[in-house]
Design a protein around this ligand. Structure first.
Ligand SMILES: [Zn+2]
Length: 637
């Protein structure tokens, strides 16, 4: 069982000067009263730095980034530089110890005593410790292979940035650096980011300058109980690329480097895992060339294989073993990461029609649901998955064969799964608020998998409706704001011990932010975060903007607003319902008033800029949608 959020209080000064292990410290110190001398630590006093940031002689990539992030945000808060020193240099006065170093070891704090992704924020006299388990930059670690959902390698996700240029201080540039990989351990960064949010009031609502909330202060004081925890969800696959209009408009222009930094600040990444199509023309051409297992259906040739063929089972087993042994290269376009080797058929149903394949397909024919997520192919596909898993399990206990539960193989099969099969159901979360049938069909298969799988379970969640069809077919959808539904659904998944989630698609700025926060801690106060966002972000214009946003949600999430014929048994006619039922003339008039009110109330340059960004992203889009709809009515369409 995966432990959820773990917040242990490590109080007192038991660890001072003694090199006992962290675990022991936790036990000894638990429950002791905080000492007054460590309750307050002045990082900056009256505009002057009052401490140093101290890192190891050879810091981990995470510690290096964490130190820079602290320095930058302190600079922004008080306009003064808190120096970064190496443990080898003489350091006088209070210090913030970032990542493991000789100094943290003297206090009893070692990275190795923490679980992956676990981190510690500890307050000791004249000392703050920010430490977690970090990936070490060694030749051996760099050799480890991994390819993620889009086929990107571990190394490609260790992006390089010019840090100071990226944060808007090019005059301080010291050249480019490599960021800790998205899927490399970076517990020290998790500690630093949590510290900046919790103790310094920093909020990252987006990657751009105008989307940051950084309070200004002459004196910055931190203190309190120690915090030892880890993000609840272990794989946080929300590497939003901001390709859709709402987020793009709300964030404003940004660079790739700013985006890379933003992913880390929102704690995207985590445990290594991947599952997506692995058999498709590219991999078949390069890797699966044996005529013995080619697909017997002419239309499926070169895209699917004969998944009942023992020769194919043998070859894939060998590939999985080589991967887990660290020998042999993963083919371009394959997906495997950490303890998970993925196998998923191509995205079509042009399946082999040899006798053996036909028999397995026939076996599942009764498992149709009438929804996109169905089960007529489940017995066929999971027979193959089981065959590979059984073989790999013999030689590689503790490793997993990952696969999706998707489309015609979304339902569990009519037999038990091998214990080392890690399944990722694909769920239509963007329909949950408004389509009972689709939601219940999803939840039934989701619970079926939960009950039947012994391996860690992951999810692929869809957030692509209605925006994706709207962009492809060039019409304007009503914004499908569903922040409360998303939070509720994600809370359920994390409570059920789902290990990781991949978000397919993207939502608006605030919903993306809330999603990241709930993934980190499902007990977070969602309404509190929403209220805080509007207060900090729009300030004087906060109230009408909040009413506007929650107004969109109330419309989009009310099932009564999707009557037939827009409500279909297996989905929604998004185009039809958008302006006929959701964005009606009356509602548009009400929403328009709120935007006008916000524009009047916005005081500062940044408030005005943010209101304008939201107006451009949401309101102008909606106005255009409504206008196009009315023009269509006039033409009698
Ligand atoms: Zn076949």
């Amino acid at each position: 069982m995966m432990s959820l959020v773990e917040t242990k209080r490590l109080r007192g000064a038991v660890a001072r000067g003694c090199a006992v292990s962290l675990v022991l410290v936790a036990r000894l110190a638990f429950g002791a009263e905080p000492r007054s001398d460590q309750a307050a630590f002045d990082i900056i006093r009256n505009g002057d730095p009052n401490c140093s940031i101290v890192i190891a002689e050879h810091p981990t990539p995470a510690a290096r980034l964490a130190a820079l992030e602290l320095q930058y945000h302190f600079l922004r808060i008080a306009g003064t530089e808190v120096p970064i020193r190496s443990e080898g240099q003489e350091v006088h006065g209070p210090r913030i110890l970032v990542g493991e170093s000789r100094l943290t070891r003297q206090l009893g704090f070692r990275s190795a005593d923490l679980e992956p992704q676990e981190y510690l924020i500890a307050f000791r006299p004249n000392t703050i410790v920010l430490i977690g388990r970090d990936w070490e930059d060694t030749e051996l670690n760099r050799k480890v292979q991994g390819r993620f959902i889009g086929g990107e390698s571990l190394q490609e996700l260790r992006q390089k940035v010019d840090y100071w240029k990226t944060v808007g201080c090019p005059e301080r540039s010291t050249g480019t650096m490599e960021l800790p990989g998205v899927y490399d351990d970076q517990g020290t960064c998790l500690a630093a980011y949590d510290f900046l949010e919790r103790c310094c009031g920093v909020r990252w609502y987006g990657p751009t300058e105008s989307t940051l909330v950084i309070p200004a202060a002459r004196t910055l004081r931190a203190g309190g109980d120690d915090i030892r925890r880890a993000p609840a969800l272990k794989h946080r696959g929300a590497l939003v690329s901001c390709s859709w209009p709402f987020l793009r408009g709300q964030w404003g222009e940004f660079s790739r480097e700013q985006l890379y930094l933003h992913w880390r600040r929102l704690r995207a990444g985590g445990e290594r895992w991947a599952a997506n199509h692995t058999f498709f023309p590219q991999t078949i051409k390069t890797t699966f060339t044996d005529p013995a297992y080619q697909c017997q259906k002419p239309r499926g040739r070169g895209s699917q294989l004969c998944y009942s063929n023992p020769k194919l089972v043998n070859q894939v087993t060998r590939m999985a073993r080589d991967y887990f042994d660290g020998t042999g290269d993963l083919p371009e376009g394959w997906k495997a990461a950490g303890d998970y080797f993925a196998i998923v058929p191509d995205d079509n149903i042009n399946l082999c029609n040899c006798e053996a394949c036909r028999a397995l397909l026939k076996q599942g024919a009764s498992r149709k649901t009438g929804f996109f997520s169905s089960g007529e192919m489940s017995d066929y596909w999971f027979s193959f998955v089981n065959a590979v898993a059984r073989e790999v399990g013999r030689t590689h206990p503790g490793k997993f064969i990952a696969t999706l539960a998707y489309w015609s193989y979304a339902l569990p099969p009519g037999f038990a799964l091998e214990p080392n099969v890690s399944v990722s159901p694909c769920l239509h979360t963007c329909l949950y608020a408004i389509h009972d049938g689709a939601r219940e069909n999803d939840l039934k298969l989701y619970r079926g998998w939960l009950k039947q799988t012994k391996a860690p379970m992951f999810l692929w969640v869809y957030y692509h409706h209605p925006m994706e069809p709207a962009l492809i077919e060039r019409w304007k959808c009503f914004p499908n704001v569903m922040v409360h539904q998303t939070a509720k659904t994600m809370q359920m998944f994390t409570r059920d011990n789902v290990r990781g989630i991949f978000e397919c698609g993207e939502q608006d700025q605030l919903e993306q932010y809330i999603l990241a926060k709930v993934w980190d801690d499902p007990t977070v106060n969602v309404d509190g975060l929403i209220e805080e966002f509007f207060r900090l972000y729009f300030v004087a214009a906060g109230e009408p903007m909040q009413k506007f946003y929650l107004g969109l949600e109330a419309i989009a999430c009310n099932p009564a607003n999707y009557p037939p014929p827009y409500h279909r048994s297996n989905g929604i006619d998004w185009k039809g319902v958008a302006w006929a039922e959701l964005g009606t003339a009356e509602r548009m008039a009400e929403l328009g008033k709120l935007i006008a009110q916000a524009e009047t109330l916005a005081q500062t340059k940044s408030e005005k800029q943010r209101v304008a960004a939201w107006r451009g992203a949401f309101w102008d889009w909606m106005r255009q949608g409504r206008d196009e709809y009315e023009a269509g009515l006039r033409k009698g369409r």
